[in-house]
Design a protein around this ligand. Structure first.
Ligand code: RAM
Length: 915
């Protein structure tokens, strides 16, 4: 074969990625992984071989760091760099060529690049610095300005800044803000891992005088976090670390870093707090403070802060950005006389105010998620979080402002404005925009169907994800909490991976989870962990961990592996995964039951006792079920990683746990002792029952739902599994009825109360219009949105064969909509490319449109299809290219196909006629 010839033969390599990014500035991976997508004008394309080159130059491909040569392999994702060692601060270019199994050779792909940052922490020459005044009064959550002026010669060829803060920072050069990232450096387990960012600042610098300006806020590092009003979780002082590397055309390099020559002063932002919002006092402005000519002789100095360098890591996560701008839909004058603007959507981010305001105006914007029963602005559920933005104008007449808070985010649908009473409603509407902020994850998937309410539910799920994926997966974005609750993350992660590419987001969070995991393997409730310290302060020696929460340590890496096929991540998390199940094994006197300690149980289930948050499903049943599930995943991970001894160990342990579970929770006659929906769903989904008891349990689950008039009672633990358990065991009709249930409690009930996001409680707003108590009532909480996974996988039918990760083999298996949903469509930009499953049902006929990416195959599973009626693009099955195999099993037909775009049409036997 000739890998050198490039021809236009319908085979192309596109969308090259290095660790999920197309261009990537600032990596510290020593052996990054590459992926590409193959585009083919033929069906059934499989890569036969690949050829990858990595060099220092985008034109000359003779001086290479890595020339893989022709590698006979169908691997086209997560191909690990295997060239000579990478250097710091270097841009690398790469390209890929492939050959397919039909013998076609693609042209070389377009060239992509990534650039390394500081691969070794000894390359940090700059010093951590803290503003002097901060040193004196670290209790104020106010923002400081830091600046440095310097002169540069002519002929700058390129320049980079590597920067981070203990706190949050915003960077400007010569008066211009650098980059579009917010909340830098992000939130990690700072004591172990602290991200820095890389900026290409070439275009911002000039020959002659220059100035760097930094605004430095408390953020998660020293700011208030958690509901106990605690600050300074990671350190006493906020601090800055920055290193500028300037390169000249003659090959020389100059480094300017933070040190004691920098100056500092208070900024006009007198308060910046994640929970409480921001206060901006324009009277304190120092115009041009970040410009070169500014006289900073009256500013204070800075002190060197004794912070570490060895835990600095390059930015791992997607950056937080403004991803959408909303305009308010109306002005409401409430019965209480408040002026309120409705953004039309419960959103997370901030309000921008632009326009002219009179001198000395002081306006305040309050943010809230709902209006109360009387239609007044309601902030009760924020608890102590103020999320208010104050702006005090100076005495300049008719000042034109353009203001956003920069170091806080708000969760809200409504804003109440005080202090701009002179404006008309129309003027207010024109002055205000809502900037939606979250980790800027590429959109991965979409789901829609013929039922408008389900489409709204899907939108609410996506908004819940956007609002709560602001650098860490949080439970809620509005009250004095906003923490990375592990349980919430694990129940939602699979849905999340359908909606967006969450790979770097969860890679970062899982590294923090391992970092914060305790030495005995137990996992804190929230990651990054800011709660254990409260228990430690109370003198607790045994720090708590809960089943279904700590299991995030095992479930999340596994879901990431299934979706993205990244063994590297599994390998990195493996010891953390094992440590968690070993921790459980060591709890109590019975190795195989987890019947000790505190657990959240089936959190917020509706079968809970009055005034309790924990559902009726016994917590030891939940804990033991999850113990089995996580042990199974650890065993499966050991198989993937080739850890034979562990495969044996965890297989045996799993068997023992299952036996213990049956002994404890299943009667000798095969009945599940706990009569709850959640107990039944877990038993079925975690495969805990003897085969003879499975159908009985499923029938019992179905009866429990019917007895409850097709309403769910499940909490955080049971909800993600309920519909799967029903659909898998012949009760899809019941699952569809649950989905379409509009009366309380149900997924659709909140829609009748105007919900635009998922709520924490099924009855956040009760049927009589009253609210769940303020002590814990979020209207933007993604946990119950975990039904999204079932919509994609079972309603639209876009699913995977889990034995081969990353959709190397898709499973297209629509379960259809029992006549209630007559069409559905899901699209997913998966690792190998776009997958689509779209169906329409008309009378006895179904049409199914399927796209399967090159280098993958799929099983199309058609229940109740009449084989002789199946056509693809007007042709009978046996005449069609791309069909590898057809199997008929009872009433199901499985068609194995290669890559390509297919349109199937077939007749089916409606179930009613089968019985
Ligand atoms: C509350 C929230 C959160 C949940 C914990 C146990 O803080 O509901 O989502 O995980 O409780």
């Amino acid at each position: 074969m000739d890998h050198q010839s490039a021809s236009n033969n319908g085979l192309e390599v596109i969308q090259l990625q290095c660790e999920y990014r197309t261009h990537w500035l600032g990596s510290d991976h020593l052996r990054p992984q590459f992926s590409w997508i193959i585009q083919s004008n033929q069906r059934s394309t499989i890569q036969y071989s690949y050829y990858i080159q990595v060099g220092l130059d985008s034109e000359d491909w003779t001086q290479l760091l890595w020339d893989s040569g022709i590698v006979v392999s169908d691997q086209s994702i997560q191909v690990k760099y295997a060239g000579s060692p990478l250097q710091s601060r270097t841009r690398y270019y790469y390209r890929v060529q492939i050959q397919d199994q039909q013998g076609r050779t693609s042209a070389w792909s377009e060239i992509q690049w990534w650039e390394t940052a500081l691969l070794d922490h000894t390359e940090w020459q700059a010093q951590w610095i803290t503003p002097e005044e901060e040193w004196h009064n670290p209790q104020l959550e106010s923002v400081f300005q830091l600046r440095k002026s310097f002169t540069l010669p002519e002929n700058i060829s390129s320049a980079r800044i590597y920067a981070t803060a203990a706190g949050l920072y915003e960077l400007s050069i010569n008066g211009t803000r650098v980059g579009d990232e917010w909340f830098t450096p992000g939130w990690t387990s700072y004591t172990h891992r602290h991200q820095y960012q890389t900026y290409d600042v070439t275009k911002y610098l000039q020959a002659g005088d220059n100035a760097i300006g930094i605004s430095l806020a408390d953020g998660w590092y020293t700011g208030r976090l958690g509901w106990e009003n605690k600050r300074q979780h990671y350190g006493e002082h906020k601090a800055l670390l920055l290193q500028l590397h300037v390169h000249y055309e003659n090959g020389e390099e100059e480094i300017i870093g933070t040190d004691t020559s920098w100056h500092s002063a208070p900024s006009p932002i007198t308060l910046a707090s994640i929970y409480d919002g921001e206060h901006y006092d324009a009277r304190l402005e120092q115009p041009d403070w970040d410009q070169p000519g500014y006289d900073d002789s009256l500013w204070s100095g800075v002190k060197v802060a004794e912070l570490a360098y060895d835990h600095l890591i390059a930015q791992e996560n997607w950056a937080v950005r403004v991803t959408e701008i909303l305009t308010p839909v109306k002005v409401i004058h409430t019965p209480a006389g408040e002026t309120v603007l409705d953004m039309g959507q419960n959103m997370v981010g901030r309000i921008r105010v632009t326009g002219i305001i009179p001198a000395n105006t002081h306006y305040v914007i309050h943010h809230a998620e709902i209006l109360d029963q009387q239609g007044n602005f309601y902030r009760g559920n924020l608890r102590t979080a103020k999320q208010a933005v104050h702006y005090i104008a100076n005495d300049q007449q008719d000042r034109k402002i353009n203001h956003v808070p920069r170091f806080s985010f708000q969760g809200f649908r409504y804003i109440q404005i005080e202090g701009l009473d002179h404006l008309t409603d129309q003027q207010l509407l024109e002055m205000v925009t809502g900037e939606v902020m979250h980790s800027d994850m590429p959109i991965a998937g979409s789901f829609e169907c013929s039922h408008p309410l389900i489409n709204q539910l899907q939108r609410n799920i996506v908004w819940g994800q956007r609002g709560n994926f602001l650098d860490v997966p949080t439970d809620c974005p509005q009250r004095d909490e906003r923490l990375g609750w592990t349980g919430d993350a694990q129940v939602f992660i699979r849905t999340a991976a359908f909606n967006y590419n969450i790979a770097p987001f969860f890679q970062k969070w899982l590294r923090d989870l391992s970092a914060d995991q305790r030495s005995n393997g137990s996992v804190p409730f929230v990651i990054p962990d800011v709660l254990s310290v409260l228990d430690e302060e109370k003198g607790d020696t045994e720090l708590p961990a809960s089943a279904a929460w700590g299991d995030a340590a095992v479930i999340c890496p596994w879901v990431m592996y299934l979706h993205y096929g990244d063994q590297n991540l599994l390998q990195k998390q493996y010891s953390s995964m094992k440590a968690w199940v070993d921790y459980i094994y060591n709890q109590g006197s019975h190795h195989y039951l987890w019947n000790t300690g505190f657990h959240f149980g089936d959190w917020l289930a509706l079968d809970a006792k009055e005034n309790s948050y924990m559902g009726a499903t016994p917590v030891d049943l939940v804990a033991t079920s999850y113990f089995a599930y996580s042990t199974r995943i650890v065993r499966d991970t050991a198989v993937v990683l080739g850890q034979a001894a562990d495969v044996k160990l965890y297989s045996e342990r799993l068997e023992q746990i299952i036996q213990a579970y049956r002994h404890e929770f299943v009667t000798p006659a095969g009945r599940l002792a706990a009569p709850t929906q959640t107990a039944h769903a877990l038993a079925l989904m975690f495969d805990l029952l003897e085969e003879r008891d499975q159908q009985r349990t499923a029938t019992e689950l179905n009866n429990l739902v019917i007895k409850n008039d097709y309403h769910l009672t499940t909490g955080f633990v049971g909800t993600p599994y309920l519909c799967f358990a029903l659909s898998d065991h012949g009760y899809h009709e019941t699952a569809i009825k649950l989905l379409l249930q509009e009366q309380y409690p149900s997924w659709l009930y909140p829609l009748s109360k105007g919900a635009t996001t998922i709520w924490e409680h099924w009855d956040g707003i009760k049927t009589d219009g009253s609210f769940w108590p303020d002590d814990m009532n979020s209207y933007n909480h993604y946990a119950y949105g975990a039904i999204g996974e079932w919509l994609y996988r079972y309603v639209a039918g876009l699913d995977m064969d889990e034995s081969i990760p990353a959709y190397k083999k898709s499973k297209i298996h629509p379960r259809y909509g029992e006549g209630e949903i007559t069409s559905a469509s899901a699209i997913l930009e998966a690792a190998y490319g776009k997958i689509q499953s779209s169906w329409i049902e008309q009378a006895d006929q179904r049409q199914l449109e399927v796209i399967i990416p090159a280098n993958t195959t799929a099983d199309i599973v058609l229940d109740h299809a009449i084989l002789s009626s199946i056509q693809e693009n007007g042709q009978l099955l046996h005449e069609i290219e791309g069909i590898h195999n057809i199997q008929e099993m009872q009433s199901t037909i499985i068609i194995t196909i290669g890559s390509g775009h297919y349109h199937f049409v077939y007749q089916y036997q409606p179930i009613s006629r089968l019985v």
